[in-house]
Design a protein around this ligand. Structure first.
Ligand SMILES: Cc1cc2nc3c(=O)[nH]c(=O)nc-3n(C[C@H](O)[C@H](O)[C@H](O)COP(=O)(O)OP(=O)(O)OC[C@H]3O[C@@H](n4cnc5c(N)ncnc54)[C@H](O)[C@@H]3O)c2cc1C
Length: 481
């Protein structure tokens, strides 16, 4: 392995590291991804891709690659309650969740990287990281041989036990595990009548979700054995006994392609940035995988960090822009921690009080506003960044700052119709000037080479009343005038 002027080292080629590498390559940043595994994991792990993540992939023209291979569903679960979250009403090309195994997601991201000529360095175990005023040093072994690399920045996307986080001395605050769930990707001799099943009662909780090729993901928490040591081997028999006890029905589990245990340990990195070191994904936040959020939030961390890091490395933006990564994404991590802890409380206790609480919250979810609020949070559509980064927006409309901009159809000055998201494919800022308005956006703090400026014809209804709109590379409005 050679140290040929690397600008960014990413440790960990999970979905988050891969997303970040795609973003950096889009800006022609020299990036190296180090991954200890010799091959991509074969396990399905995360199945749910939420609408906002798909939309973000769409901001780079990649969404259809994922949609073509997955199965969409316009609702999702919250704590496995009977009333489901409804995603169908969001103003987006993707008002649904997409079921796609994580190994396929990783493959598609890796293929995108290869198109840009970036290969993951597999079999590279990172053992030591250090930073100084000029850069970072990363050392370890690659296929057994030692290596030592230098770069300007280091990103830890190395998962829950992140070495990068530990060696940067970043605290990982939170709560220890209280229970362990058992899961298996199996075949069923007697599948449930409805392909998705979610049950919680005094015997425990059970979830069954269809996978590809006649397989099902079965997850159980057995009320009689809520805590099992991680080291205890998982078996189909144990999964079968637990699911039969909860459903009072034998689904005929057999032929497991993957069995595993996971728990509800919940932690959040105190800082997402420590000098030249950044954390994203599971390295920054872990929690019970309830509502399918960890990978999604991590990929959105990566989308937030990528263009900022590229802007600073290209000289378009000051270093201070990088501080906004923690300022914007840490609060999202706090919300993630809260909602998964709340779901865990309802998913892992089976006394009469908790079952009554479940019924009450399920009833409340039938109210559209309540349903919409939680659906916004879990889907990622509700994320908003409250501070303008591009300029002094004091003269602009506060309504727009940090709002997600949907893929509205615009008519350009030459009459061409185009969706806003397509205009962001290059990963630059976008300034839309309506009609003959002068360029009324506030003075732009970043280099103009990082900006696409277009005049659009008046008449796009959602933009009525504004003269210009400045949109960040990740599709959030910076501000409007
Ligand atoms: C059963 C289950 C179901 C889930 N379902 C969903 C879901 O539906 N939706 C969702 O959004 N999330 C879900 N999640 C969570 C999701 O799987 C994780 O949030 C996601 O994998 C995090 O991605 P990551 O890239 O941050 O980390 P990881 O996927 O953990 O990748 C980290 C990578 O870093 C590498 N690495 C670690 N240390 C080193 C080192 N020292 N040197 C080199 N490489 C290193 C690892 O080998 C690994 O490849 C689920 C999790 C589980 C367990």
């Amino acid at each position: 392995m050679h140290n040929s002027d690397i600008e960014v080292i990413i440790v960990g080629a999970g979905p988050v590291g891969l997303t970040l590498a795609c973003e950096l390559r889009l800006a022609s940043i020299r990036v190296t991804i180090l991954e200890r595994r010799p091959q991509r994991s074969a396990h399905s792990r995360a199945l749910t891709i939420h609408g906002r993540t798909l939309e973000m992939l769409g901001l780079r023209g990649l969404d259809q690659r994922f949609v073509a291979l997955g199965t969409s569903l316009s609702s999702g679960h919250y704590a496995g309650l009977d009333t489901r979250l409804d995603f169908s009403g969001f103003d987006t090309p993707h008002p649904y969740t997409l079921f796609l195994p994580q190994n396929t997601t990783e493959r598609l991201l890796e293929e995108r990287l290869l198109e840009d000529g970036v290969a993951i360095v597999r079999g590279a175990l990172v053992e030591q990281t250090q930073q100084d005023d000029d850069g970072v040093t990363v050392a370890g072994t690659h296929d057994g041989a030692p290596f030592c690399l230098r770069a300007r920045y280091l990103i830890g996307t190395d998962g829950a036990r992140s070495l990068v986080r530990q060696q940067a001395g970043i605290a990982f605050d939170g709560v220890a595990a209280t229970c362990s769930m058992l899961m298996g990707d199996v075949r069923l001799r007697h599948p449930p009548a409805s392909p998705m099943l979610s049950l919680t009662n005094a015997a425990g909780s059970l979830m069954i979700v269809p996978l590809e090729q006649g397989r099902y993901r079965v997850i159980t928490l057995n009320a009689r054995r809520p805590q099992v040591a991680a080291a205890e081997a998982a078996t189909v028999e144990e999964l079968s006994q637990a699911s039969t006890a909860i459903a009072d029905y034998d689904f005929g589990l057999h032929d497991a392609s993957w069995l595993s245990r996971f728990n509800d340990e919940t932690r959040l990195a105190r800082r997402y940035r420590q000098g030249r070191v950044f954390l994203a994904g599971d390295a920054a936040h872990i929690h019970m995988p309830a509502g399918g959020q960890g990978m999604n939030v991590g990929m959105q961390d990566a989308m937030n960090l990528g263009w900022k890091l590229a802007g600073v490395l290209k000289g378009y933006a000051p270093d201070s822009l990088l501080d906004s990564y923690h300022a914007e994404r840490h609060p999202v991590g706090v919300s993630l921690q809260h909602n998964t802890l709340a779901q865990t409380a309802m998913l892992t206790r089976f006394d009469a009080h908790t079952l009554a609480l479940r019924a009450t919250i399920s009833d409340m979810l039938a109210q559209p506003d309540v349903n919409r609020a939680l659906a916004s949070e879990l889907s990622g559509f509700g994320v908003r960044y409250p501070i303008s980064l591009g300029s002094d927006a004091s003269a602009g409309s506060a309504d727009w700052i940090g709002r997600r901009v949907p893929d509205w159809l615009l008519r350009l000055a030459d009459g061409t119709a185009v969706g806003i998201h397509e205009l962001l494919h290059a990963g630059k800022w976008l300034q839309l000037v309506v009609g003959n308005a002068a360029h009324t956006a506030q003075p732009y703090r970043f280099d103009a080479a990082w900006l696409t400026s277009l005049t659009i014809k008046p008449g796009c209804q959602p933009l009525a009343g504004i003269k210009s709109l400045l949109i960040r590379p990740d599709g959030y409005a910076d501000h409007a005038v």
